[in-house]
Design a protein around this ligand. Structure first.
Ligand code: PLP
Length: 518
């Protein structure tokens, strides 16, 4: 005898009109309320480790919302209760990155068109691993990469749509993944020339983001962050930019030692202070090295690159035509929801050659024809989401002018904060302001900047972060004992930040500073 079950079909994805609208309604309301509430909320909350997990049942539910009465009202209530759990359990456990008073790290700005693009991407939920597995996913992405190349005024070598170009770009999740792909491609070029892969070396400045050394570790060029047998962290000048002579010396020494320089990563806008490595000079110097020993030149402009949408900030990318690859993260400072890293290469064949592996089940006529781009060959993952959708929505919505004014507004607000630091007794700029980043310290005999940061953050109304950098070299500093200093970083980049929010930040810093210096 068979029993009739009331269990809904497991194939029911909930996209019928009634279910969908009853779900979307409370979620849309929640989204508006959350974004509106950010102005009033603390940016961070005191959280005990494990306290969020404790509020979520240890085991998954036997019966889900889907088993509750299917009348529209019943389902709506279920969605409302889930939304409520987001409000009561999740929200209190967040650092609110979209708060207008979030000034920590680098920004991670979102926007309504970005969210809508994510929404469409989630609904379509296609896998663009091959051109043929969703032609529109690949072709939209190729077009967006070419649009962005124009947005940042990149040279033709990085575009698909320029006569004679063998370059192009793809969207990666993060700058960390982009640099890993670039390293693997660079190494492939060397091994193709018959060079022993255990002899290739990598160079970046000691101020570069940790993702460069991490990628070197993943690629097998280093066993640990400290392993310097094939990874050279080049020293910096007084502006914390890569020291060109030191790079040249390191490359020449390695060639003399029978090693093969394989990869140089320069940073335009370092994480600590926004320093800009001398890209043009590095590129010219590398060009003079004979091909067999000439390393691949990668440019990490993850944060600062976004500013080059504005003609007045384009100089940040000066020399980019000398690069083999470049990455910029719109998920940091260009209103595009996390995650979205733009990665361009001058010669896509090297990249594809380093990653391509085609089992029978991925073989098809279009790929074999060589006429299409299969993005699975551009990075580690096979499956890929349609991240280009949100970029399309953002660029369509804001246009070039809207994106420029977004950057300009932030730079202006940062100048306002800079003026405060310059005028405030007891504070000093650690280096020149770079775009939306101000680095400063408490100018006293004792190193109390970390205390100031902690005190400001403990009030929770704003969030700023810290870093440790080599101090500007003065004549009296012993050369062999570089000093380090903790500095405070204020990065202006929240989509909704206003001058009032910067004033709140100024007051918080001033109050705590005065309290400390009493
Ligand atoms: N490069 C720079 C200059 C960065 O500032 C960061 C992160 O802040 C990264 C790379 C790593 O970014 P992602 O999180 O996209 O890997």
């Amino acid at each position: 005898m068979t029993t009739q079950s009331n269990t809904p079909s497991p194939n029911h994805a909930g996209f019928d009109e009634q279910s969908f609208l009853s779900a979307i309604d409370p979620m849309a309301k929640w989204a508006v309320e959350y974004m509106d509430s950010l102005n009033e909320r603390d940016v961070t909350a005191p959280i005990k480790a494990g306290s969020i997990r404790e509020q979520i049942p240890q085991a998954p539910p036997e019966q889900g919302m889907i088993h509750q009465p299917t009348a529209a009202d019943g389902m709506k209530q279920s969605w409302e209760s889930l939304t409520q759990e987001v409000q009561t359990i999740i929200e209190p456990g967040l650092m609110h990155w979209q708060s207008p008073r979030f000034f920590g790290y680098f920004p991670c700005g979102s926007s309504l068109p970005g969210v809508m693009g994510e929404f469409v991407c989630a609904v379509l939920n296609v896998n663009g691993m091959l051109w043929s597995s969703s032609p529109a996913a690949t072709e939209l992405e190729m077009r967006m990469m070419d649009w962005c190349a124009q947005l940042f005024r990149l040279p033709d070598q990085f575009r698909f749509d320029c006569e004679g170009s063998i370059g192009g770009g793809c969207i990666q999740g993060t700058a960390s993944e982009a640099v890993l792909s670039a390293i693997v491609a660079a190494r492939k070029l060397k091994t193709r020339q018959g060079i022993d892969r255990s002899k290739v070396t990598l160079y970046t400045s000691d101020q570069a983001h940790s993702s460069i050394v991490k990628a070197a570790m993943v690629a097998g060029l280093a066993d640990s962050p400290e392993d310097d047998s094939r990874v050279r962290l080049i020293g910096v000048d007084e502006n914390l930019a890569m020291d060109l002579d030191a790079l040249k010396d390191a490359i020449e020494q390695d060639i003399r030692d029978g090693l093969t320089p394989c990869f140089v990563s320069v940073t335009l806008g370092t994480t600590s202070t926004g320093a800009r490595d001398p890209l043009r000079e590095v590129g010219e110097m590398l060009k003079a090295i004979p091909q067999a020993n000439r390393p691949w030149l990668h440019v990490d402009a993850a944060w600062a690159g976004a500013a080059s949408v504005c003609p007045e900030h384009r100089a940040i990318l000066d020399g980019v035509e000398l690069a083999d690859s470049l990455c910029i993260n719109p998920h940091k400072w260009l209103l595009t929801n996390f995650d979205c890293d733009l990665f361009w290469v001058r010669d896509r064949r090297a990249l594809v050659d380093s990653m391509s592996i085609t089992p029978a089940y991925l073989r098809d006529e279009q790929s074999e024809s060589g006429e299409v781009i299969d993005y699975r060959d551009w990075h580690v993952p096979l499956g890929r989401r349609m991240r280009a959708m949100k970029l399309w929505f953002v660029i369509r919505y804001f246009g070039i002018e809207g994106l420029c004014s977004h950057i300009r507004r932030h730079v202006e607000l940062t100048e306002h904060f800079e003026a405060f630091v310059v005028d405030e007794p007891g504070l000093a700029m650690a280096c020149d302001r770079v775009l939306g980043l101000v680095c400063f310290y408490v100018d006293t005999d004792e190193d109390v900047t970390r205390e100031l940061i902690d005190r400001v953050n403990a009030r929770r109304r704003v969030m700023i972060s810290h870093t440790i950098v080599p101090v500007k070299r003065h004549d009296h500093d012993p050369i062999d004992e570089p000093r380090k200093r903790t500095i405070a970083r204020v990065a202006v980049g929240s989509a909704s930040v206003t001058k009032d929010d910067v004033e709140v930040l100024i007051n918080e810093v001033r109050d705590e500073l005065q309290e400390m210096l009493k």
